[in-house]
Design a protein around this ligand. Structure first.
Ligand code: KIV
Ligand code: ZN
Length: 518
């Protein structure tokens, strides 16, 4: 069996998904989960891109132990210095520098000759090697580059000290056959390649990212770059769970394995979906809601007789079975905190108090509290870390033959009490309009989803909303057995994220006075 390294880029390329914006706390929580999943490397961000990104990389580098922590940088001196500053406290810091090598990018985007690009790539790697012994170089748009030139660039960066060479299919253009040939070509024709790790990074524009990644592994790649749920730029990146489970289920043919802890796959998928607001489609392989559901009678009959008739893997292997907590309404705060620790969450102080209070309320009302319920509660508390407005009171009046009306009271962080009333087409619309009246904003709600966490009418309802800001959008999440409260909580959480972003960018202005994002 060949060992394949899993390089996870959920926090970097995954966060480049349109509409996704994670705060530092959320990134740290995902990084903790990736460490439990046992990925080999976490690409934590692109520090030169924003101070938020730099901070997140720094936090991940300081707090996460186990996987190598990587920071992305263009092949530019300043980028590399900023990347190093962010990642330097990691146990195993990696700088990942990249420069495009295709003529399309060189001519139209960078306006560099091939010679200039080669020189810049080498300078970048040398600079990075001055900081850390682990340096990855990516030839952006490698799969549309001239193969001879590509191999020349890789040979030059190996000489300059690169330890990993990455082959990105930046625009998801290649096919499995072509990827196989390219990897074999590079392995045969690049001087010094036997001393470094060859990696691939595939995008999914034609739905081939996983197939291309597997083809590269078959041809000899030693590392693959991927994201949880396949999130990423445009159609996304290769999905970690699909690669890992294909290697496991078809080890007879693929003869390669990873060090991934399968039990953590489903939890990783749920966490990333909740925090990013990117819902997983029901028919998504491995982690989709229907991936192990059998609808037809013939299939159900077959599975009842023998699971292997229609299932190629066991859902329990990836941690999908619904676990009912041994905790109940009589459990204490310590037992609850210990259980959270077992689930991998680290809450303390006020966050822990609030989560515990909500757990008690839920345990009082619901026969069985599941791990999924607890995850929903905890991720709510985590996304509330930067709360400018807190919900104090919401009352809605609705039904048939009545105009839905909502009264909402919010408390600002300075103690100010804000109240508003509005009518709407339904209770959620009325509550959102009441909040809009209070804060003087006309909501630019681009997305609203509601789903139940478990079955039954007493289940927690989980709402995810996305609000459009001037530069990017903000995701808010809320869960409650009352869907109006879940909706209001999610809306406020997105507003709080938007407002703290506004205040970071414009600290001297009062958020309520700032109208530009309306
Ligand atoms: O898709 C791409 O080319 C990238 C590189 C920065 C590796 O994300
Ligand atoms: Zn990419």
């Amino acid at each position: 069996m060949n060992k394949v390294r899993i390089f996870d880029t959920t926090l970097r390329d995954g966060e480049q998904s349109p509409g996704v914006s994670l705060n530092v706390q959320e990134k740290l929580e995902i990084a903790r989960q990736l460490a439990r999943l046992n990925v080999d490397a976490i690409e934590a961000g692109f520090p030169i891109a924003s101070t938020g990104d730099a901070q997140a990389v720094q936090m991940v580098a300081e707090h996460i132990r186990g996987p190598a922590i990587c920071a992305l940088a263009r092949s530019r001196q300043k980028d590399i210095e900023v990347a190093w500053e962010a990642v330097r406290r990691a146990e195993r810091p990696v700088i990942h520098t990249f420069l495009a090598t295709s003529d399309i990018h060189l001519t139209h985007k960078l306006r560099l000759s091939r010679e200039q690009a080669l020189e810049q790539a080498v300078e970048g790697v040398k600079k990075a090697r001055g900081f850390t012994p682990e340096v990855e170089f990516s030839a952006e748009d490698a799969t549309r580059s001239d193969w001879e030139f590509l191999s020349k660039v890789y040979a030059a960066v190996i000489k300059a000290g690169a330890t990993v060479l990455n082959v990105p299919d930046t625009v998801g253009y290649t096919t499995p056959g072509e990827m196989d040939e390219l990897i074999r070509y590079l392995l045969e024709n690049t001087a010094g390649i036997e001393n470094v790790v060859l990696s691939v990074h595939c995008h999914n524009d034609l739905g081939l990212a996983v197939a291309n990644t597997l083809a590269a592994i078959g041809a000899g790649a030693g590392q693959v770059e991927c994201t949880i749920n396949g999130i990423g730029e445009r159609a996304g990146n290769a999905s970690l769970e699909e690669i890992v489970m294909t290697l496991y289920v078809r080890q007879d043919r693929l003869k390669a394995e990873t060090g991934i802890n399968f039990q953590e796959i489903y939890r990783s998928s749920r966490l990333v979906s909740q925090l990013s607001g990117m819902l997983v489609q029901a028919n998504k392989a491995v982690v989709g809601q229907n991936a192990f559901a059998h609808e037809s009678g013939i299939h159900q009959d077959g599975v009842l007789k023998e699971r292997l008739t229609y299932e190629i893997m066991d859902a329990r292997l990836i941690g999908r079975e619904e676990k009912v907590l041994v905790l109940g309404k009589h459990s204490g705060r310590h037992a609850f905190a210990r259980k959270l620790g077992e689930l991998g969450y680290h809450l303390s102080g006020e966050e822990l108090d609030k989560a515990f209070e909500r757990f008690k309320q839920l345990a009082d009302q619901k026969k069985e509290v599941t791990e999924a319920d607890i995850e929903a509660i905890v991720s709510d508390e985590l996304s509330r870390s930067e709360e400018l407005y807190r919900l104090d009171f919401v009352h809605v009046c609705c039904g048939n033959n009545i105009l839905p009306t909502a009264t909402v009271r919010l408390i600002r962080d300075n103690g100010e009490v804000l109240e508003g009333v509005a009518t709407g087409v339904g209770p959620v619309d009325a509550a959102y309009k009441a909040i809009g009246n209070i804060l003087g904003l006309s909501s630019d709600l681009v997305n609203y989803t509601l789903q139940s966490i478990t079955g039954g009418s007493e289940a927690l309802g989980e709402v995810i909303v996305r609000l459009a800001g001037d530069e990017h959008s903000f995701v808010g999440k809320g869960s409650s057995q009352d869907v109006v409260i879940a909706s209001v909580t999610a809306y406020l959480s997105a507003i709080n994220k938007m407002s703290s972003n506004q205040m970071r960018r414009n600290p001297q202005k009062d958020f309520q006075e700032k109208q530009s994002w309306e």
